[in-house]
Write a protein of this length. Sequence first.
Length: 463
Amino acid sequence: MPLVAGVDSSTQATKIVVRDAETGELVRQARAPHPDGTEVDPRAWWEALTGAASGGLLDGVSAIAVAGQQHGMVALDAEGGVVRPALLWNDTRSAAAAADLTAELGGPAAWSEAVGLVPVPSFTVTKLRWLAEHEPANAARTEGVLLPHDWLTQRLTGADEAVTDRGDASGTGYYDPAADRYRTDLLTLAFGRAPRTPRVAAPAETVGAVRARGLPPIDVVAPGTGDNMAAALGLGAGPGDVVVSVGTSGTAFAVADAPTSDATGTVAGFADATGRYLPLVCTLNAARVLNAGAAALGVDLAAFDRLALAAEPGAGGLSLLPYLDGERTPDRPDATGRLDGLTRANLRPETMARAFVEGVLCGLADAVDALTGNGVPVRRVLLIGGGARSAAVRDIAPRILGRPVTVPAESEYVADGAARQAAWALAGTAEPPVWRASADTAVFEADPTPRVRERYAAVRDGH
Ligand SMILES: Nc1ncnc2c1ncn2[C@@H]1O[C@H](COP(=O)(O)OP(=O)(O)O)[C@@H](O)[C@H]1O
Ligand SMILES: O=C(CO)[C@@H](O)[C@H](O)COP(=O)(O)O
């Protein structure tokens, strides 16, 4: 029974699963938290990974892969040392750089045609421009640039050559997933010169072996990928499946056979981890809005759920625009949240909690609409991420999304996808191994509440 490990190094934590390579059965798992903040020293992710792996978690493992939060800028000097803390996907300081870069290439359509996305502060390319403009001494020392999962993979293997995969590379803004090549011209446009970029490995290539101090030797390291790409692989998402993830970010995405190019910038035309594509919409405000709502009401998440479920659909007329951390979709990096429609009658914990849940889900319903507007078919909506554990999110999601919502068995799907990629590399087969899906899937259905979305849209659009 060979074992494989999958690592999810996402925004708030590292999670590791160890699974049977042939059946996919979960053998053991562990997690360790990351520091808070939108810039983080990558060494904290390594400490979290090795911390979670301590106590023999990886003993007997034959293959491993790392999936990571997308887009983060890890700038490296000539010796491979970290130049400054990594700027994460949810850091909005490069908003002006994003606007400048968009204009310099000739507008949003020029970018979406070139690399399948339009610059917003999340994307690595805008962070490099920010670095060049605001920290010239650090920029001058920057010889290479990696994404979080690339950096962790290189630490695992200790190899001189850094590698990435097509999925994560497609979120940089200087990789064209349709042509499968770096756009060094865009890297130069952003940074004034082109720092070294990692080699793009094939989906199930063995890129090295683990020989890092403090970890057991593991003979096969797979290329890894971005966290959303890994979730798609972990779920085995197929045609017609739209995945909605309520994690630190809110995302809606689907696996597609052809690249997408949305000149509005709403849908990012990423690549997936298997050689296909992953059109994706991402919001900055998801599970942590629920955390903030619960904290403001002085209750834990379970009590917050009970409050939200005790209120009527529509929260007595309250609407939350959940832009607590600025927003990426729509592109409003400096936005703040808004609670609209307050009356003496609805100023109650129950309606407030419900408005928070409905507000987050309205942002995700807009994301699903953007996908369908770009030709993505929806036969099934799969709800995952930490927020999918919320009873209120599960109950209210079908009302706001206007469709039944499937909640797969609780699992760390990003880490699962990384583990499945590791098993694929280990097997050396043309396709990833087929793992048995858990039967614990639940389908949530309810009458849609379009009025809630109409009121949300009015607040979102300032009417
Ligand atoms: N029952 C729940 N209700 C609401 N939010 C939850 C619940 N359980 C976990 N979360 C939240 O989910 C988030 C973590 O989700 P996850 O998908 O693991 O995020 P990430 O991958 O970005 O680190 C945290 O903000 C956590 O508080
Ligand atoms: O920026 C994106 C997608 O484009 C985010 O989805 C990040 O990849 C972070 O993911 P989580 O930590 O929320 O899983």
